[in-house]
Design a protein around this ligand. Structure first.
Ligand code: ADP
Ligand code: MG
Length: 485
């Protein structure tokens, strides 16, 4: 059943398209040599070009162009060997030139696709309309002084990729899945760090609603939403608002809105501007951008393995269920960690430990993989201790907890705490005898035919050995002893 929102006139379908601004990872800006590092003192990373001084000439940064091409290739998109930079004219205090250099009619990247996965295990393709390069603006600071505003131009001129999706998204869940998948792909490619809380990825959310089978209705654009959760909330809030407008007999006007996360509503910012309002024209300071086919092919050849391909490989090579493979490839470093643990070991068991106990420990301690007290090498050693029979699976959980607490080597923990598995049949027999002696009533019941008490005896015997007994040996010994009259 597809996602709908129930109104007083019946169900409504959601139509959503996202425009994502992704900050390009590069040493310097799109048209100047100024640095791009996050968090620098205001106005310390500003060249004359970024400050809009008269007579300064922009020079395209080859690395920014390469990053856009890599991203296009990663989105299975068409690379336009000829593209063009235009001026988008508007006035704003943090835009010293009075125009933004962007690509309007001829973007560097054309149509592509991205595959998203949904909670029910299904997948869906979302179309990418285009990707173009543009400059970021500066930042106005209104909260530093009671009577004045300040301008920080560090961000002015930083390269952005605007990635526009087709209106293929049909639910808040799909919108969230799209953004997360896009972020994963960008991070794998190393073209954008995807840190939404630092503003290096922000989304404009276009929303409309319709009755099933209808043509698209008017959309509104919710600007600059800066987390996946807020995008999902904004989609739902804006859809509900529009449904109410239509159902009251009104019409939705195309406009630009803002999402207020504290109140969970969108509010109007301005009526929608059209392309002609910006008086776009080709930037006379810049030649058309012409890419060499061989250069594009070389960029393609050197792309890293991307998440979809890695997931298929994990399924084929390690025999993992699709879901587990998806979880492991969501971040490159998680995938690398897993592969180090799995190498030469039981790959499915490794996946269970990484996605189970290991992720839970990171969550609980608020750590990331980089500062995890348990390295891939030491988790691998723990699996080896189980594989060679030094410890059983039950004790491995305790050893793992000790590793999380101390960062110690698993073998050292096993020795220091005397956790080696008991396989000695004499010791196991003795433990069973004690259990029988302590529970004569249960033994009688068992002998009278209550066979499910077998599990009780297993549990008691394990307990009597401090959990260290080899479970298979306990089962076997119990069976032997219980069958003796
Ligand atoms: P603009 O540049 O004016 O924002 P675009 O044609 O680039 O217009 O579209 C912007 C976004 O709006 C795209 O992501 C597109 O998928 C989405 N979109 C277009 N029509 C609709 C619609 N009826 N409902 C929801 N989203 C839409
Ligand atoms: Mg737009």
């Amino acid at each position: 059943m597809s996602y709908t929102i129930e109104g007083s006139t019946g169900p409504w379908e959601l139509v959503v398209g996202l425009e994502v601004h992704a900050q390009v990872i590069s040493q310097s800006k799109l048209f100047s040599g100024a640095a791009t590092a996050f968090g620098a003192e205001p106005n310390t990373q500003v060249s004359f070009i970024d400050a809009g001084f008269p007579g300064m000439l922009p020079v395209p940064n080859r690395e920014c162009v390469a990053q856009a091409v890599r991203t296009g290739l990663g989105l299975n998109a068409h690379i336009n060997l000829v593209s063009r930079f235009d001026r988008k004219n508007y006035f704003y205090a943090d835009l010293p030139n009075g125009y933004q250099i962007s690509q309007y009619e001829h973007p560097i990247v054309g149509a592509g696709t991205i595959e998203i996965e949904l909670a029910d295990g299904s997948t869906k393709e979302i179309g990418i309309t285009r990707l173009h390069l543009e400059q970021d603006a500066g930042k106005s600071l209104h909260d530093q002084d009671p009577s004045r505003s300040f301008i920080d131009l560090n961000r002015a001129g930083v390269a952005l990729m605007e990635i526009v999706s087709e209106p293929d998204i049909r639910s808040p869940e799909e919108a969230g899945a799209y953004l997360r998948k896009l972020r994963t792909v960008l991070r794998y490619l190393g073209t954008c760090d995807g840190n939404m809380d630092e503003g290096s990825m922000r989304a404009d959310v276009n929303v409309s609603v319709r009755k099933h089978g209808e043509a698209f209705r008017t959309r509104c654009e919710v600007k600059n939403v800066n987390s996946v959760r807020f995008v999902m909330q904004a989609v739902e809030a804006e859809a509900k608002r529009q449904i109410a407008v239509w159902e009251e007999g009104g019409t939705v006007d195309q406009e630009t809105r803002l999402f207020d996360p504290s109140r969970g509503v969108t509010r109007s910012m301005r009526s929608k501007e059209d392309a002609h309002d910006y008086r776009y024209f080709p930037d006379p300071d810049l030649l058309p951008l012409v890419l060499d086919e061989g250069w594009v092919a070389e960029l393609k050849r050197t792309l890293p393995e991307l998440p979809d391909a890695k997931k298929q490989r994990f399924i084929a090579q390690y025999g993992l269920p699709s879901y587990d493979a998806g979880v492991l490839v969501a971040e490159q470093r998680t995938a690398d960690f897993y592969e180090e643990v799995a190498r030469g070991r039981d790959a499915r068991l490794a996946a269970n430990w990484v996605t189970g106990d290991f992720f839970a420990a990171l969550n609980r301690t608020g750590r990331s993989i980089e500062d995890s007290p348990v390295s891939a090498a030491s988790l691998g050693k723990l699996l080896d201790l189980m594989a060679d029979g030094t410890i059983n699976g039950r004790i491995a959980k305790d050893v793992f907890e000790a590793m999380v607490e101390s960062g110690d080597d698993p073998a050292a923990i096993v020795e220091a705490r005397g956790l080696r598995q008991v396989t000695d049949s004499g010791a196991i027999d003795a433990a069973i005898d004690t259990v029988f002696a302590n529970h004569p009533d249960k033994l009688a019941e068992y002998r009278a035919g209550k066979e499910k008490l077998f599990a009780f005896f297993v549990g008691q015997t394990m307990k009597a050995t401090g959990g260290r007994a080899n479970p298979a040996a306990v089962n076997e010994a119990l069976r032997r002893k219980l069958s003796q009259a």
